[in-house]
Design a protein around this ligand. Structure first.
Ligand SMILES: [Zn+2]
Length: 159
């Protein structure tokens, strides 16, 4: 994936960065660095943010995430966030609705998705149905009792 695509994602009005949660500049720096963020994750984010123009606010990508191993955030193969109603930071889309449906369908249909996690209020039977687009994609509840936070997890394929 060329640097130009990484730069286009970071500069896109459809990509927002949650300044309340983390340091947006550190997320941007990670996304621009092929040593930090895997090309497959960039390809997945390109489909969501650039090709389909779904506003998406990143909460955590690599920087600031605990070490979840080489195939997760720590390995630059996963991103967390939530789709937005508009391109305004914090204008979260409802947990169910047209924006969420589009986000889940696009992410779930991507050839670059491996794990599609639904955390907190995103995890509903309707949303699981929307997200289940392709064989081999693991659609799961990304939360446990006591730690079930509102977020979507995008896990990219390995190779
Ligand atoms: Zn995650």
């Amino acid at each position: 994936m060329t640097l130009a695509i990484r730069q286009a994602i970071v500069a896109s009005p459809y990509a927002r960065f949650a300044s309340s949660v983390t340091d947006p500049n550190k997320i941007r720096a990670d996304l621009l660095d092929e040593r930090h963020i895997d090309t497959n994750l960039i390809a997945l984010l390109k489909e969501i943010i650039l090709d389909n123009q779904i506003p998406f606010e990143f909460t955590v990508v690599r920087f600031g995430h605990h070490d979840d191993g080489p195939h997760g955030h720590a390995g630059g193969k996963a991103a967390d966030g939530w789709p937005l109603q508009s391109t305004r930071e914090g204008d979260w889309a409802p947990a169910e609705g047209v924006v969420m449906d589009k986000y889940l369908k696009v992410a779930g249909a991507s050839q670059y998705i491996r794990q599609l996690g639904l955390g907190g209020t995103m995890f509903t039977p309707h949303n699981v149905q929307q997200a289940t687009q392709r064989m081999g994609v693991y659609v799961f509840h990304d939360g446990v009792p006591g730690a079930d936070f509102d977020h979507g997890h995008l896990g990219a394929i390995f190779d």
